[in-house]
Design a protein around this ligand. Sequence first.
Ligand SMILES: Cc1ncc(COP(=O)(O)O)c(C=O)c1O
Length: 399
Amino acid sequence: MNPDLDALKPYPFERLAALKAGVTPPEGLAPIPLTIGEPRHAPYAEALKALGAHLAEMGRYPATAGLPALRQAIADWTSWRFGLEGLDPESQVLPVNGTREAIFAFVQAALDRNRPAKVAIPNPFYQIYEGATLLAGGTPHYLACHADTGFLPDVGSVPAEVWRDVQILFVCSPGNPSGAVMPLTDFQALLALADEHDFVIASDECYSELYLDEDAPPAGLLEACAALGRHDYRRCLVFHSLSKRSNLPGLRSGFVAGDAELIGSFKRYRTYHGCAMSLPLQHASIAAWTDEAHVRDNRDAYRATFAAVTEVLAPVLDFPDPEASFYLWPAVPGGDDAAFARRLFAETHVSVLPGSFMGRPGTNGVNPGAGRVRLALVAETAIAQEAAERIRRFIERSA
Ligand SMILES: Cc1ncc(COP(=O)(O)O)c(C=O)c1O
């Protein structure tokens, strides 16, 4: 087997299972998992209807490029959402089976192993950035995201000799695990760095539609390009998904968009990789990308949950003001995130993810995820609120 498989680190949920092993939570309390970022709101019904209406098309092979109607729907949505002059559905858009698959595959397609191959990734981070890098023969370079940088990657700390070897920079805004949103001007600063050091910016924007202030949608990388008149989106790719926006994580549907040259090479790779999206899924995706009402309803539901949970937890926990995504990223009393998560589970049957499990120690030996836990507020409001109340009582008892 490929020896690089041995370089893969245990997934945070494996580590969480080991942490909880042997612990018996109170029988009388129902379990409340705040661990996995899987939406629990109802999937967008019209998408499911479209899926059903096109089931007979399972009898046909789909093309890697996707249906022209899907690419058009994606180009229209992206142009509308990010104020672009336009996006060519032929050359600047590619449907993918969710952002996880696309992030992984893009790194395999893009990394040049014949020269130093660093991939700069936020830290703590969505694990696929690192796994994809290791399996592509690259080396991750971790960019600490801590309170002093507003939980955005500390790009200022990267020396020029590291940038020289960076081939891909991953950014994630709104961020997982912190929900931090990168301002347009930061994206523009990254564009200048990408030009100077000749790397690709891969912008994971899968949480872009889950934001709390209806009047302040998060900026995106293509928007930053357009504002600079960079209409070819050179060196830039964005990754979007229906999983969170439309509560369709099982549909496995998203897209990449941006630089036509990168999309062209990625399409070529994907033709061999064999990951064309089946036709009924493409029709469901068209339905989802062409409706905004259900996305607004989804945001309203998250807003209600955030309001309920933050009201309960604010007196006992310190967390950055949530702006977007469905995560809360509090610092834990005492600073030991794994011990906190274990005791919380043992005493309240609420599961949270230790932040250190999502990060790696930097060159200074500090894991920027340590001391915090990630709460995925995906459950119905009443259940999330019940979890928050148990957490609060647990902290008050332990004080
Ligand atoms: C930051 C981030 N990127 C990508 C994904 C993958 O999402 P999907 O493959 O469902 O589009 C997730 C899923 O939780 C995520 O948190």
